[in-house]
Design a protein around this ligand. Structure first.
Ligand code: SF4
Length: 382
């Protein structure tokens, strides 16, 4: 394991599945205790005191379904098996429908110093449509309780681009979020993932996705509105109230930094190799019960894959692709290799090269997939 790493803990439980969600989670909460026991074994089996952990992220699923005592146990196990740095960014994803003031106090005592609250909307009709378990009032209450507890690094997730969505309705949601002055905002465009109830509704013709033009308009509106309120649009869906509030954990994924994932379906990455666990709680607990790591698959990234990922991930961020880093890995220089694509992007005002970085403008980000494909075609055609 590399010297500095991130730890991700996947908590695979939800009270109920939201209509749009394709993350791995189940609603059989009776398996929670067995899951935590297995998770503690997995952490111990991966023990490496040389590894310095500077970010820990509890995602899911619904991590706030864990009892504060269970969160404490997990953090203690991480501390016993790895070297956790002072000031480690330790985030818990929270579903507003699962918490209360007492809960926030206890998880803060156990070492959680950053919250990501899945509000999604402050409108009950939108929440119902998405199949969320909480109302807007409950979301507001949770945010207030988190603030009253003293959490000073608070993130909020919101979803836009619902069928029939309008600029007015979306700005109302953004305004409601800003009342709580969140340090971080993730604004996700609704997507219709195959296998989800929402996708089935589209296939049955029961709902019509918002047209591309309106979605693009909402994307640009989100950026200009939040930048106008002092937020940095530092990744395609993410905004921070200052550089120090950008998610340190997520930046590791975007920068190909090493990370270790624990829990069913969790991914890990180190030294150019990615591996991931079975997306099945029962398989996960039985493997660990038998003293085996629950790894489903391992993939060693070829040079071309690393270059493609550097472009795909880099173009999502305001920092763009680091050309010096790219040139070290590729045989040819970035600007020589992609001269035609870069020139085309610059001519359309979609992208720019500044200080050895190539990044997309706001207009360019609207065509992210097309631009990435143009780069990928060149890499694959080599
Ligand atoms: S609470 Fe989160 S993880 Fe669970 S189903 Fe809803 S969106 Fe997915």
């Amino acid at each position: 394991m590399s010297d500095v790493t991130a730890i991700y803990v996947h908590v695979p439980f939800c009270v109920r599945k939201c209509a749009y969600c394709d993350f791995y989670s189940i609603d059989d909460l009776s398996l929670k205790r067995a899951f935590v026991k297995a998770l503690l074994s997995e952490i111990a089996m991966c023990k490496d005191r040389r590894a310095i952990v500077d970010t820990i992220y509890f995602g899911g699923g619904t991590p706030s379904l864990l009892l504060p005592g269970q969160i404490q146990e997990i953090l203690t196990a991480i501390g016993e098996n790895f070297t956790v740095s002072k000031g480690c960014e330790t985030t818990l994803e929270v579903n507003p429908g699962t918490v209360n003031a007492d809960y926030f106090g206890k998880i803060q005592d156990s070492g959680i110093n950053r919250l990501n609250i899945g509000v999604q909307s402050f409108d009950d009709e939108r929440l119902d449509f998405m199949g969320r378990i909480h109302s807007a009032a409950v979301a507001r209450q949770a945010l207030q309780q988190a603030r009253d507890t003293g959490f000073d690094n608070l993130g909020l997730d919101l979803i836009y681009g619902l069928p029939g969505d309008t600029e007015g309705a979306w700005v109302k949601d953004l305004d409601s979020a800003l009342v709580f002055q969140p340090e971080h905002l993730s604004c996700y465009m609704l997507t219709y993932e195959p296998g989800t109830p929402m996708h089935r509704l589209v296939e049955q013709g029961a709902i019509t996705p918002l047209d591309d033009g309106s979605v693009a308009g909402l994307f640009k509106l989100t950026s200009t509105f939040l930048e106008g309120h002092g937020y940095l649009h530092y990744e395609i869906s993410n905004f921070a109230a200052g550089v120090s509030f950008q998610s340190r954990h997520n930046q590791k994924y975007w920068n190909h930094a090493p990370y270790l994932g624990f829990g069913p379906s969790a991914h890990s990455f180190e030294n150019g190799t990615r591996f991931w666990n079975h997306a099945d709680v029962c398989r996960y607990t039985s493997d660990l019960g038998a003293g085996r790591l629950p790894v489903a698959e391992t993939e060693t990234l070829a040079n071309d894959q690393i270059l493609m990922e550097m472009i795909m991930l880099g173009l999502r961020t305001s920092m763009g692709v680091d050309l010096t880093k790219f040139d070290c890995i590729s045989n040819q220089g970035f600007l020589k290799m992609f001269d035609a694509v870069v020139t085309d992007c610059e001519a359309k005002a979609w992208g720019r090269v500044v200080n050895q970085r190539f990044f997309l403008t706001l207009d360019g980000r609207l065509f992210l997939d097309t631009i990435v494909s143009a780069f990928v075609d060149i890499i694959l055609g080599q």
